[in-house]
Design a protein around this ligand. Sequence first.
Ligand SMILES: *Cc1c(COP(=O)(O)O)cnc(C)c1O
Length: 365
Amino acid sequence: MNIPQNSLKIEFEQYQDEYEKKAIEVLRSGWYITGGELEAFEREWADYTGAKYCVGLASGLDALWIAVKMLGIGKGDEVIVQANTYIATVMGVTINNATPIFVEPDSHYGIDVNKIEEAITERTKAILVVHLYGIPCDMTALCDICKRHNLKLIEDCAQSHGAMFDGKMTGTFGNIGCFSFYPTKNLGAFGDGGCIITDDVKIYEETKIYRNYGSEKRYYNKVVGANSRLDEIQAGLLRVKLSHLNEIKAYRTSIADRYSRGINNPEINLPMLRDKGDSAWHQYVILCKNRDKLQKYLKEKGIGTIIHYPIPPHLSEAYQYLGYKQGDFPIAEGFANELLSLPMYNGLSEKEVDYVIKVINDFRL
Ligand SMILES: *Cc1c(COP(=O)(O)O)cnc(C)c1O
């Protein structure tokens, strides 16, 4: 059997007719940037998440740095961010010339809420949390810490579309929720895309102006803005996918449950949910002390896997200037050495999942 870690083609084929119909509809409309599809998607995504407002943007990274900027954070300010994330989270901070302060993750891959307060200084302006792999962070504790220390809360929901914590959707706990619609994400477009959601009307209005060269009225520019718009084709295709997002989440959950019930190799640690939260199951991530041997073994058996992510941001060449070294965040570094993402996509069959389970259970260190 040959099983890729992910297949955008198979995911596309799940709803192919609807996507093709929508793409042709938008192409034939003669209107491609900031139109009715975007407006409708923004309304539908806000309603789905339970937020008041949504602003479509050009990418998840844009959502992050524009969110940080809209909260007035810049040079001299510190933003607390978990040490085990995709580097875009950190770039959302540093693009604004603010300083990321890393905090170790807990055993659910979210920020360790018990290690945040020792990282807070008089320069701390916000906490930027990541619901990594689709598992929500401990939002009860985070909201409490932010309230007590008067900090802004930003959520990187690039991997957590539709994930719930304590009956609420990720992205609606903080001041701003940031989403990516990169094709591999659970709510993925067919190109780049992103958005923010918020309940704050001022942030909503300012972001809408900012994304369009700082202009509300054509050729009248209020501020120096950016070009970061979610185009009509992407918005239209996202509307199609959004109409199936509950199904997509249920499908991924059934795959994850099957893995969790089936894998019983003592060399493997399985992902754990929090008491009050589920997961969007963007990835199903296992830990293994000899991860590289396991990955090679799975590859020989035709099973694709990916490491999300092999180098934590503080050790990345891009962030050498921050002055961190190996050993500064041992938990995040340990995860980077031991984690492996198993095949997970909409359309992966039960037979294939069972094959992966059997092969993993036969693995010996
Ligand atoms: C994908 C991702 C991003 C960046 O999104 P883009 O749309 O690729 O810019 C940011 N944060 C996390 C956690 C991601 O997984």
